[in-house]
Design a binder for this molecule. Sequence first.
Ligand code: ADP
Length: 465
Amino acid sequence: MDGSGGLGRGRLICLSNRIPTGAEPSGGLVVALADVLERSGGIWIGAAPETTDQPEDDLTEIEGGAFRRLAFRLTAAEQEGYYAGFSNSVLWPVFHDRADLMEFRREDHETYRAVNRRIARIVAKVLRREDRIWIHDYHLLPLAAELRRLGVENPIGFFLHTPFPTALALQSMPQGNEICGWLMAHDLVGLQAQRDCVHARGALTRLAGAEELEEGLYALDGRRMRLAAFPIGIDTADFTRLAGQAFDRLPPGIVKPPRQLMIGVDRLDYSKGLPNRFRAFRHFLDLQEDWHRRVSLLQIAPPTREGVKAYDDIREELEGLAGKVNGAFADITWTPIRYIHRPVPRETLAGLYRASHIALVTPLMDGMNLVAKEFVAAQDPEDPGVLILSRFAGAAEQMPEALIVNPHDEGEIAAQILTALTMPRSERRRRHAALMEGLGAQDVHWWSDAFLTALTGASAARVGR
Ligand code: ADP
């Protein structure tokens, strides 16, 4: 790696469904790319949060910020079919192994294709010959193929932030194998974990008939595409600093020794395994009467994608479960589950992680899971908390020193809660130090650097430079 962010000659053009508006605190992705965008005179292109009445092919400049941001606007119907419909009611469930929750509508699929075609036209207008393009996530899977159709031969990379489904799961969605053709239009496809690369190999070779020329290099219909895992990281050093500051500013009484705090932080999504987490905690309380009043679970789960039925259902299920657990166990001085259904400022979150003895990160399926990494980065190295992590989070491949659990096995989670509560400080420090080493080496800057360097290599091989 050359440490230059793979900075080539041209600009970096970044594309994602939503454009960072600057209104919300910057996520890791924005921080990771800001530097290379700034230095290359690059541009971030994405959908504006507000919709428009008439489809328009113009880009609006969003003022302020260190790099250029250009927004396109979608109509309400496009937003519904492309975003709520195909992206979040077909691709999201199928990619998270929940084809049972898929709501496939042919019109949504058409809208998804049409929106990507339109975005390709818009992007092609601002492209220069030397530019490199980096497309993010499942909303924009066909975009590179549409760009190629328009004759764009610039280097194009794609990063999938979700898991990649097995060939079998992909077949549960109508026209599932067209996704393989879309992938082949890129020079480089980045996935979160090795398991995703295995799944993608199955889909590409068995469903689409692509040939694997060497490990991770695929050929189909005269195109070559390189595919590899680039596990996304966090801005580790920055998060550790933030947590230290925020901890000192937490309101008093958040943790009252000797009571221990367990924390869960997730978007309210069925992939996050929240009901099984609550049931596992109830199971723990059933078994461990000694721990009553000495441990509580703080679950922060802000709503997302409201109006999509599966999300309304999970909300109801979880509120019911929290009520039942509290009904069964709470007394006047102790509420076992505190359930907060709204976003919390990033800083407060960092302080809460540091105040917690245990993080319960138990998704049924997750591309990476950044909460696991944030929790570890936020700990006091002298007296760190313990991470309980689902084997189905991409992060599990990089974090073997966490207590790894099967999120479907409530008995195992309950047993590991006890292990974590009683773990000697020396062992906590040893595990934390090992985890921090990984988080320091593979932070979000490493991630963007590694991806862009590989993109430069892959596209140079294609054009024979
Ligand atoms: P996903 O991308 O599926 O939501 P991740 O765990 O990878 O899951 O990333 C979630 C990000 O959102 C983390 O950076 C986390 O800090 C943030 N986040 C999650 N819940 C909240 C909340 N209640 N308030 C503020 N930020 C949150």
